[in-house]
Design a protein around this ligand. Sequence first.
Ligand code: PLP
Length: 420
Amino acid sequence: MKLSAFGRKFTADAGITSLMDDLGNALASGDDMIMMGGGNPGQVPEMQHRLTEILTDMTRDPEAMNRLVGIYDPPQGEKQFIASLATLLNREYGWELGEENIALTNGSQAAFFMLFNMFGGDFGEGVHKHILLPLAPEYIGYADAGIAPELFRAVEPEISFTGAHEFKYRVDFDAVEVTGETGAICVSRPTNPTGNVVTDEEMARLEQLARSHDIPLIVDGAYGTPFPSLLYVDARPRWNEQIVLCLSLSKLGLPAARTGIVIAAPEIIKALSGINAIMNLATGSFGAMLAEPLVKSGEILSLSREVVCPFYHAKMKRAVQVFTDALGDDCRWYVHKPEGAMFLWLWFPDLPVSSLELYQRLKRRGVLVVSGHYFFPGLPENDWRHRHECIRVTYSQDDDRVAAGMRLIADEVRNIWAEH
Ligand code: PLP
């Protein structure tokens, strides 16, 4: 098979493809593997109950059923959902959104593909623009999303210690460099893989940098504010025309509905809708229609804050406690201050084996995590050991399984130190 540059780029071994393959194979092997590797949300009973109610009502209404499966939506997305969301966000936050400020995509992953390639890549006349990731580590799903090579530039973080076994990454503004070749700045908040929440002050500085260079600040709120609000520290929701805010229904419990939401200046929404029309004709209506009653009533915000957030917060607390009890002070270890999302980012300074080897050893013992080295897209290879000393652990699944997994990790780390 002969492939174009595009074909070759997207069939080459991408980090995310090999990772998904490995996770999928481990799952399909039928072993009783403890899955702490992927980003699948947990099952939140109240959310499932409410979604079942809404879907049941729709199946009794022929007109709703026709809208659900029988018509193409416009490329910008399901109109009623967009109108209700604009009303809700204006009422809550005074953002003065019109329907021209919101587009829906088939998952926010698709939105990132379009946005990164709209703002980064070949601008003609020899100009190649990059997407700046001001705080590495960042979401692995960005890594291979560029049509142009080397689309991302990332910046090493500052590390501060916030407890005996806890640290936090902060943006190193002295190292953040926005140039004429920066097409956009992008940050996930909370961050996958670390659970970091970039502070309001850091966000304000990034916004100021974007404004002064007339480029967008893309904020990935897949876990963030205003929903699904997997946030254990305060974080102000913010939008204005400098910001492209990407939200998702996935982590509320609808990952299979593939609904991403982009809130941006009208010209960006128009461009995005055009690309979406070419790639997808229309965005699927299912997630938007299921969630619309929750948006209209404002429940999407109250359920996020009062149900979904506490569900994950309790899981996070338990996972940290189990790990602390299991490993204690037996060796040097740190967890990134768990401020949001559904991950613990564990750092084992000077561990005699790499995080990839630790991942493989853990897989042999029946627990799947993700080696941290994948999460540094855009950071040039250098001798920074830290990126081979961390693993990402997902705590969204059953508490007892998560606890068993955390104990196995502690045990394996202790074994490694004992062997060396
Ligand atoms: N952004 C982050 C930080 C994520 O972790 C994910 C998925 O795990 C996505 C975006 C994409 O989510 P979706 O395409 O389901 O909206």
